[in-house]
Design a protein around this ligand. Sequence first.
Ligand code: GLC
Length: 743
Amino acid sequence: MNSTQLHRRDVMKAGALLAASAWGPVAIAKSTRDHSARIRDLIGRMTLPEKIGQMNQIAGGRQKALNSRLDEGMMNRVRRGEMGSFLHVAGAEPLRKLQKVAVEESRLGIPLLFAMDVIHGYRTILPVPLALAASWDPAMMEQAAALAAEEARAAGLHWTFTPMVDVARDARWGRVVEGAGEDAYLGSRMAEAQVRGIEGGDPSAPGRMLSCTKHFVGYGAVAGGRDYDSADLTDRALHEVYLPPFHAAIRAGTGSFMTAFNDVAGVPMTAHEDLVRGQLRGRWGYQGLIVSDWNAIRELMNHGVVATPAEAAALALRAGVDMDMASGTYIEHLAAAVAADATLLPLVDEAVGRILAVKARLGLFDDPYGFGDARRAAAPLARTKAREMATRSIVLLRNEGAVLPLKPGTKVALIGALADDASSAIGSWRARGRPEDAVTLRTALPQASYDPGTDPAAAARIAGAADVVLLAIGEDFDLSGEARSRSDITLPGKQQALVDAIRATGKPIVAILMNGRPLALEKALAGIPAVLETWFLGIESGPAIAEILTGKTSPAGRLPMGMPRVTGQLPMTYAHVPSGRPANPDLAIDSARYRDVDVGPLFPFGHGLSYSRFDYGALAIEQRGDAAVVSVAVTNAGERSAEEVVQLYVRDPVASVARPVRELRGFHRLSLRAGEQRTLRFTLTHAQLALWKAGKWVIEPGVFEVMVGSSSADIRARGRFAIAEGGEGTAPAAAIATVVSVS
Ligand code: GLC
């Protein structure tokens, strides 16, 4: 077969790929169906340089200087068809101009894809993702993603590199701020919610965008919490903990994936043919677009798996990476790789086919200028929504002696620089957010006497004159996020001295934590009766915290990630296996624990207090075919309306391999008036209890324990049921959502 015939056959294959199931398990959006013939024809007319151009994504600026590289030289590159996408660009007008050059001045007029990291808001900056996850409210997470997409699309963007779905159990890793914490089930619910919010089922629809689920896979498991380091994962951990949220995102219809920087057991994810082309595309049938992370294809040389950029290009393409983010390796070296190995050409056509299919799905061939909406872009910030989301993301960790809510007329001192740090309030990955848009806690509490705490003695004097001290401590925004791993996650700087000085005044203290990651605060919080976890809450940070402090709203957030006592406990998770000598508080008994620190986290996964209290009835478990329906009555036994996050955990106490002491398999955030009782029904399918073994999801017969409660460590009701017949699951157990009904 000569190269023309080979080329034609592969074009047909690429076209067939598009026509058949460009989106794998999700429905094909109408716009793709209309274009498959056109895409086939286009590929047939493209030269190899034009094809490779589509696979090249260029930074049109820098995060802090968007569009700054869009000069005439870059326009000429657009005219030559040397790129298929830009990132770090924004603005309806500049992007319309750029698109015009591509559509009207290049040979084939293929529209460009414009992308940005719109992670927790575009102009209206919302709580950081870890805070949003602390709401345990997927519907709210979906709203947050939808709001961000609406604003970003109005600014001319098509594609956001969101959701970040990396499960993480080591808070030394700075990027925990971008994710949904330590649990695969919670992470799966938040992943699907964000995809739904961004894409809404059809990213070409008004206010929607293309999502990008990242970072595939295992990035949250980097050794020592060191960003970019190796992730040495077992097959079971990979499938039971780190892959589920990616599967959930596919089922929700995510249009693209991004491969991770890290290697998994020595194979860089950017070149991981078995997990990308094998698992993601092959076994899961995913046919959306896959983009590398920034410069990651070129960095395959640093990993030491290739000797030249041309080899890096070939390896990444074989692995299934369609688009090269910012490294220039495809545009500069893929043609040489193809010349040396013609079997790469069909892979180029497949990759180009997927890129063009995304553009079709976004409606860019129908209307390349359809994105951008100056009127919507000029709309006011969505402050009401931002405040509600912030309030629901706050976690009350401790409230001894009911220091909170503050009694009316309480004389308050507000201490700590973070209380007045508008920039930290909007966190990292702030897109087009501006610190001046943020209302700080200091602004929200004008009646409080304020001191930044830089001089502990001066701060102590202010504190001494108050009834209650609000002490804002934690990290500034730039201590978490990408490339922000810390070896010691206690309070940075001189904050401990400030805490000690304020504690010495003897005044009741409310510690207000402002941070992007869980911190190791056993020492810092000793003797402090009330602790509020407020993360980085976005532009309405101050008013939201004030609503909780004054009792206008009862807190209901829950930790999406446990907080350690000391850094040395990390990595840690509630969902650990028991070991042969389970951790025992009694030091006289040798067990799986440290001798110099108490067992377990300072505050566990799922923990969060309320201004009310909730009673749980006994569990009722009814077996229905391949499911168990677990019912429980929950009563608001307090004096005020409040919300409870009812959590359901399971355990397989005897299995063919050691199983976690508990695993989250359902939750529901419930609002109850004082005295009100509702019954929750969790329909738990047997497939959600499967374990990964020998390449399959195995449902083993036997007895399973069910625990329902207010956190992973506050179980209020227990029950058991038996599975008589084993079987096999078809999806990662934690990726499967539990149906919850309330009556
Ligand atoms: C970064 C991050 C990734 C982000 C990309 C584009 O290095 O790893 O999450 O989407 O580059 O900014």
